[in-house]
Design a protein around this ligand. Structure first.
Ligand SMILES: [Mg+2]
Length: 314
């Protein structure tokens, strides 16, 4: 199956300027960066690599989810991690364990979803591994990029007093956003180049949980202003559909897979960013980082209570 699939795949992969050799050898040769793209304090050879494993029954369901959307998601979650570093995506390795029955058709359908997204972000599919087995579909994508012109965005670096910004509405991603989201690659590059961002990450496991991670990496705490959290329409719809008492706000705080960026920015800089009408994505200021470790929710009345992340409900 694999050689037939690879033969088919080679006819589908466009040439890429980043791909010096591959796929088809034991490893790919990539020339990812050029000196003019790197800021002075970053070596031009810096390559940014991330990997993510997606599993049937956890991240998607073969049988009910369109395999093209599954393939797209597998690449998109990795691009979101590159965006969280303000990196420029360049290439990806794509490994799959396919259920034996219908393996070729499934592999091809995955790529029908991968290839348009790869083309959109000029990502070379540099290789991977293709196996069949008796279990459900497992996909592992490794994505690589280079540092953007504004440098690397890290999780550490948030300072007490910094504002918390997010790049879009949150919650209810299980209704479709988990597959169809746009990785915030361009937004991260643009913001990193124009503004002084202290820290950032992508929101993959729930707003509260991911802010807690940023706090941990930066050695601080955070307060979230509940009334300022932008709530996605799907969070409201999910709350109505499920009728289980989980509010739209709770979905926005705790659902996973929003893939928006969470940023730590000094208040004056945040004000400039919020006034910037040329940004492609509306930013929201949802709270602030504080010196005291921990995570708090602040009601419109000003009352402050601890907030424990429930995270990732898929
Ligand atoms: Mg991430």
């Amino acid at each position: 199956m694999e050689s037939e699939f690879l033969g088919w795949l080679r006819t589908r992969l466009p040439a890429s300027p980043w791909l010096r050799l591959g796929p088809g050898d034991d490893a790919a040769v990539l020339r990812l960066g050029e000196a003019r793209e790197a800021p002075a304090d970053v070596a031009p050879a810096d390559v940014i690599v991330t990997t993510d494993l997606l599993t049937h029954g956890v991240d998607f369901r073969v049988g009910s989810d369109d395999p093209r959307r599954i393939g797209r998601k597998a690449l998109a979650v990795n691009l979101s991690d590159l965006a969280a570093m303000a990196a420029i995506p360049r290439a990806a390795l794509f490994s799959v364990a396919l259920p034996r029955h219908g393996a070729l058709e499934l592999a091809q359908a995955l790529y029908e979803g991968i290839l348009p997204l790869a083309e959109q972000f000029q990502v070379a599919i540099a290789g991977g591994d293709t196996n069949t087995w008796d279990g459900g579909l497992v996909i592992c994508v490794t994505a690589m990029g280079v540092t953007g012109p504004g440098g690397v965005l890290k999780r550490s670096g948030a300072l007490p007093g910094d504002d918390i910004l997010v790049t879009g509405p949150l919650g209810g991603s299980i209704l479709g956003h988990q597959f169809d989201f746009q990785p915030r690659v361009q937004e991260a590059l643009q913001l990193m180049q124009r503004y002084e961002l202290h820290a950032g990450l992508d929101c993959s496991d729930g707003l509260a949980r991911d802010i807690a991670r940023l706090c941990e990496a930066s050695g601080c705490g955070a307060e979230i202003d509940l009334a300022r959290v932008p709530i996605a329409d799907d969070a409201k719809m999910l709350s109505r559909q499920q009728a289980n008492g989980v509010t739209p706000l709770e979905h926005a705080l705790h659902d996973g897979e929003d893939f928006e960026l969470i940023l730590a920015v000094a208040p004056e800089e945040a004000t400039r960013m919020l006034a910037d009408r040329s940004l492609t994505t509306p930013l929201a200021r949802i709270g602030r980082f504080v010196a005291e470790p921990g995570l708090w929710q602040v009601a419109a009345s000003g009352q402050r209570k601890p907030l424990s992340p429930k995270g990732w409900e898929h």
